[in-house]
Design a protein around this ligand. Structure first.
Ligand code: SAM
Length: 259
């Protein structure tokens, strides 16, 4: 049976495509690829039929996939991967066992690597929350960003559509203090640009740069991830490591070292 592979392509750097994703892509005759991935991944897409998935209505897209599956495997290059804010679920459900999902490097992973920070730092942050103001809803019963933002939380905000001063004001209310914030624009892509600061100075640091596509005709969300929380600026010493070593690890990892 031919398969439709929904391949996590990572944030944009072809080096972050997994080995498995690359191998499976080689066997695909048709690849559905959202811009700008057809350019970024051109080296892996030579000789393949390339289509933009978002140019089709759902049933047309399904028909294209069905027809392409008659001759070879089909690939989808998914920005990041399927884990968060990916529009491909209905296709996967409809294709049933012909659809396979391949994990990739999500933007959250790339942000953690860029900032060189874990998002749940013991003693600093005890939970990470992923949210987008586009999907939270604004009904009375809905949870707001302000409610999600709280001491101890690392907040990852995708597809922000709030003007930065408004976003910051909601976060300031929620956190109740001047916590660090990073705006990571086009991570791992040409034009990567990151602005870091704290809630009280980030608006001034960004100035008139439109990192969220709010002043353009373009309706697509900008490729900007917002990360907020104390972990961004925290540094820790080795005491947590030694606690784990003395209470847990040393009994399991005795002196034998691999060759
Ligand atoms: C539709 S979501 C796709 C998320 C994707 N499934 C993932 O796993 O990262 C698009 C949003 O992800 C974030 N994003 C995706 N790629 C990015 C990049 N290279 N740099 C910064 N943010 C990115 C932005 O918040 C953007 O608005």
């Amino acid at each position: 049976m031919k398969r439709a592979w929904f391949i996590g392509a990572g944030p944009g750097d072809p080096e972050l495509l997994t080995l498995r994703g690359r191998r499976l892509l080689e066997g695909c005759g048709t690849v559905f690829v959202p811009p700008p991935y057809e350019t970024l991944f051109a080296g892996f897409l030579q000789g393949k039929r390339l289509l933009i998935p978002f140019s089709f209505r759902f049933d047309e897209l399904l028909a294209e996939i069905e027809s392409a599956l008659e001759s070879a495997d089909v690939g989808f290059l998914i920005p990041g991967d399927l884990t968060f804010y990916s529009p491909f679920q209905a296709l996967i459900d409809r294709l049933g066992e012909r659809a396979e999902v391949v994990p990739g490097v999500g933007t959250a992973n790339a942000a953690s690597a860029f900032l060189r920070k874990t998002f749940d730092l013991p003693g600093v942050c005890n939970r990470a929350i992923i949210a987008s103001p586009r999907t939270l809803g604004d009904g009375e019963m809905e949870v707001s960003l302000e409610q999600l933002a709280a001491p101890g939380v690392t907040l990852l905000i995708y597809m922000n559509n709030l003007p930065l001063p408004e976003l910051v004001s909601q976060l300031r209310q929620g956190y109740g203090s001047n916590v660090p914030i990073a705006l990571l624009h086009r991570l791992c892509l040409p034009g990567q640009h990151v602005v870091q600061g704290r809630l009280d100075d980030i608006v001034a640091r960004v100035g008139d740069r439109d990192l969220f596509n709010l002043n353009t005709e373009e309706k697509r969300p900008a490729l900007t991830l917002v990360v907020v929380g104390e972990t961004i600026a925290a540094s820790v010493d080795g005491s947590w490591w030694d606690y784990r070593h003395d209470h847990i690890w040393k009994d399991f990892y005795a002196a034998d070292q691999p060759d």
